[in-house]
Design a protein around this ligand. Structure first.
Ligand code: SAM
Length: 234
């Protein structure tokens, strides 16, 4: 092949990639402004993390154009990456300052994991579908995250070896709050979990003060099912 032609073709490919990345950056800025700030998300660290993390990389290429839209997107295995606003609302509720040991149940695509890894000291993430976990682990390593531990397991049992956790996020809908997870929440720790029936849930924030557990309802939502010993049957 003619060398000039080869170089031109390569440069053209690079040009497309750069303009794509530029488009995604603009879409991300618009997402932060119109979907998050406009609806009341104020935590600067959450806004910065979501303004920085390439959400389109966590979605298969054919659907990448949908990454910054105001809805969940399929990620395979009948699972979804959550709507950006819900991701922001749940993350903000954890009040992360940077020093936390955080447990995430439901790794999925790994997008939420990346946000938690930006905002906490260490993230322990559990996913019951091994193929999703393997894919997320590879991508998060490629993106340079080195403060995440992964486990293919039933997250309704928590991760006892590393408990207690300062923050816990459950990203699938539960029939009730799994007792092992409550037991693994540290003093002054915060947990956010969707609780309800198989189709609709309420986002519940739990704050522990010693033996006292305060519960707040943060509004309605719709998640895939949390399946496990202390969740739904498969
Ligand atoms: N936060 C994810 C993201 O950013 O892509 C989306 C999570 S998706 C809405 C819910 C995930 O929870 C699914 O991947 C599902 O397989 C997982 N899941 C359901 N029950 C689980 C359990 N008992 N333990 C661990 N993961 C579970």
């Amino acid at each position: 092949m003619d060398l000039t032609f080869l170089i031109q073709t390569k440069l053209k490919g690079l040009g497309h990639l750069m303009s794509h990345n530029h488009d995604f950056k603009l879409a991300r800025e618009r997402m932060v402004k119109n979907q998050l700030i406009a609806r009341g998300i104020t935590d600067e660290r959450v806004l910065q993390a979501m303004g920085k993390i390439p959400r389109h990389r966590f979605i298969e290429e054919a659907l990448a154009g949908e990454a910054y839209n105001d809805h969940p997107v399929p990620i395979g295995e009948k699972q979804t990456i959550s709507q950006p606003y819900i991701v922001a609302l749940m993350t903000e509720a954890l009040e992360l300052k940077g020093k936390e040991n955080t447990l995430e149940i439901g790794t999925g695509s790994g997008y939420q994991t990346a946000i938690l890894a930006e905002l906490s000291s260490r993230v322990y993430t559990i996913e019951r579908i091994k193929s999703l976990l393997v894919h997320a682990r590879k991508l998060l390593a490629q993106l340079g995250y080195d403060n995440i531990l992964f486990k293919a397991f039933d997250g309704t049992l928590g991760w006892k070896e590393y408990a207690p956790f300062d923050a816990i996020m459950v990203t699938a809908g539960a029939p009730r709050i799994p007792q092992p997870i409550i037991d693994q929440l540290a003093d002054n720790g915060r947990m956010i979990i969707p609780v309800g029936d198989r189709y609709t849930q309420e986002l519940i924030k739990v704050t522990r003060k010693g033996e006292d557990l305060k519960q707040e309802n943060m509004g309605g939502c719709r998640f895939v099912n949390l399946i496990g010993v202390h969740g739904w049957a498969d």
